[in-house]
Design a binder for this molecule. Structure first.
Ligand SMILES: Cc1cc2nc3c(=O)[nH]c(=O)nc-3n(C[C@H](O)[C@H](O)[C@H](O)COP(=O)(O)OP(=O)(O)OC[C@H]3O[C@@H](n4cnc5c(N)ncnc54)[C@H](O)[C@@H]3O)c2cc1C
Ligand code: SF4
Length: 476
């Protein structure tokens, strides 16, 4: 260990931009065995591992890095999967620069972080290849059932844990495939769909019932599900797109980001998508402007490049240092030919015969910090500029959809749940993931799903009371 002094940081090989923009495959190759061990051996085995503290799952990173360095790959995998329901997915798509790797001590001392995410991905991909990933085995039947609304990472992580504890588990989802945003939001070039599908197939083979094309609110009410099951988890994510409020936004060619990404993902999965076939949700040959600076915007710009757009420009009203998206994703997008107009906000969509033809944008600058300490963008007078755009993608973030009237929500519309036991105001109804946090990350959804499952188990075992907000009345 401690090889960081002599071994430079290396990531798995990244495909050249010209090659990767011609398809939707993932952009990183796999670590070869020797490289993974070499990179894991750079870890300094800190007494207080900040990487672990800053991983939402508190993964036991230094220990599985040591085992990898020593060639004890199966043990390393066993340890990494003990705290993470989907390590190969987190290894691929966590913004490590803000979580584990950003807090690695050797990164802080200027040597370059241990490539924790790549090693985590390598270990679990290896485990699938070698047959180390065990089938899901249900615990002794408890005669109790749970209903989980939402087959995203929060719902699936909870489902797995509850099944292991011996509950009958039904997951309801309004989509035709399980996986939530991991299937229909995040593009293939970040997370190939087979990686998600083999996880969900393992859950189904372990006896978890997946009721797809089932929308709670349309096919059953929450109250009906509560009657049907001993407890219920709401893990429905956030899907109401924030709108752009400028003249011309109703023009043909102005589309919400998620509609665009879902169409692209469905095409990749082999579905027939009429709006893609008609060109409405296909960027091929068009000048495209994406408005927003988060991960969704980055996924849209990179998808448009792969679809063969004539040009792709991202408009973000703050600067590069203040954008919410991952710096790594911005770098990938730039390599792939995306133009970034920092400090720019749309003023109007210009249309010709009701179809988008361009965007008029205002130049911005950062003003004095507001009460939160963040500098608010303000317009630079007389500095407007025009961009051609036959497609304008609105990637301004998501809010929760309306919830049943008796469920308490916050002023942002997210479900109110006590973070200690994840219970809502309705006894026996729990909540997890984006619907509680607002738009967040897969790793946080997994953490919430696991915590909610533990709390539901306490509740159904009679350890957690169902009065009021569901106080914890005894430790198990
Ligand atoms: C474009 C995009 C890119 C992203 N990129 C990343 C990334 O790189 N890394 C990262 O960590 N995170 C990323 N995220 C965020 C991440 O995907 C989410 O934080 C995470 O998926 C939330 O998990 P969840 O289980 O709470 O909800 P979701 O994944 O949204 O799953 C919720 C599920 O509930 C279902 N549902 C909703 N309402 C109902 C209903 N009434 N009845 C039945 N089913 C219902 C939905 O169909 C869906 O399947 C991205 C998000 C987007 C939109
Ligand atoms: S789950 Fe995410 S934050 Fe945690 S170790 Fe893995 S990549 Fe890092």
């Amino acid at each position: 260990m401690l090889k960081f002094v002599t071994t430079p940081r290396a990531t798995p090989a990244k495909r050249p931009a010209e090659a990767r923009t011609g398809d939707f495959h993932e952009i990183y190759a796999e670590f070869i065995d020797a490289k993974a061990s070499e990179q894991a051996a750079r870890c300094s085995q800190c007494g207080v591992p900040f990487c672990q503290t800053h991983c939402p799952l508190h993964n036991n990173i230094p220990d599985w890095l040591r085992m990898t360095a020593e060639g004890r790959l199966r043990e390393a995998y066993e340890l990494s999967q003990a705290t993470n329901s989907m390590p190969e997915i987190c290894g691929r798509i966590c913004p490590q620069d803000r979580l584990c790797e950003g807090n690695c001590v050797i990164e802080q001392s200027g040597h370059g972080t241990v490539t924790i995410g790549s090693v985590e991905k390598y270990l679990t991909d290896k485990a699938w290849e070698e047959g180390w990933v065990q089938p899901l085995t249900a615990g002794p039947d408890r005669g109790q059932s749970v209903g989980i609304v939402g087959a995203g990472p929060a719902g699936l992580a909870a489902a797995e844990r509850l099944r292991e504890l011996g509950y009958a588990v039904t997951v309801y989802d309004r989509h035709d495939r399980p996986g939530g945003l991991m299937i229909y939001g995040i593009p293939n070039f970040k997370l190939e769909k087979e990686v998600v599908a083999r996880r969900t197939e393992r859950l189904a083979a372990g006896g978890i019932e997946l009721r797809l094309n089932f929308e709670v609110g349309r096919d059953a009410t929450l109250a009906e599900l509560r009657e049907r099951h001993d407890s219920v988890l709401i893990a429905t994510g956030v899907y109401r797109s924030r709108d752009l409020e400028v003249p011309g936004v109703g023009s043909e060619g102005v589309v919400p980001a998620l509609d665009y990404l879902i169409a692209s993902n469905r095409e990749g999965l082999g579905d027939h998508v009429p709006d893609f076939a008609s060109g409405r949700l296909n960027a091929a040959g068009k000048h495209v402007v994406v408005v927003g600076g988060g991960d969704t915007a980055m996924d849209c710009v990179r998808t448009a490049v792969r679809q063969g757009a004539a040009s792709v420009t991202c408009l973000y009203r703050r600067d590069r240092d203040n954008m919410p998206g991952s710096a790594r994703e911005v770098a990938h997008a730039e390599e792939e030919g995306v133009i970034f107009e920092w400090l720019a906000a749309p003023r109007a969509v210009r249309d010709e015969a009701m179809a988008a033809a361009g965007v008029r944008a205002a130049r911005m600058r950062l003003g004095p910090p507001d009460s939160s300490g963040r500098q608010a963008p303000e317009e630079v007078v007389g500095a407007d500029f025009d961009l051609p755009a036959q497609m304008v993608i609105k990637a301004l973030g998501f809010d929760p959809e309306a919830m049943p009237a008796d469920l308490a929500v916050t002023r942002w519309g997210t479900v109110k749940a006590d973070f200690r036991n994840m219970m809502t105001n309705l006894p026996g109804v729990f909540a997890a993931g984006d619907i509680v946090r607002g738009a967040s990350l897969v790793v946080w959804a997994i953490r919430d799903g696991r915590d909610a499952a533990d709390a539901m188990h306490r509740y159904m075992s009679g350890v957690l009371s169902d009065d009021g907000a569901g106080a914890l009345i005894a430790a198990e």
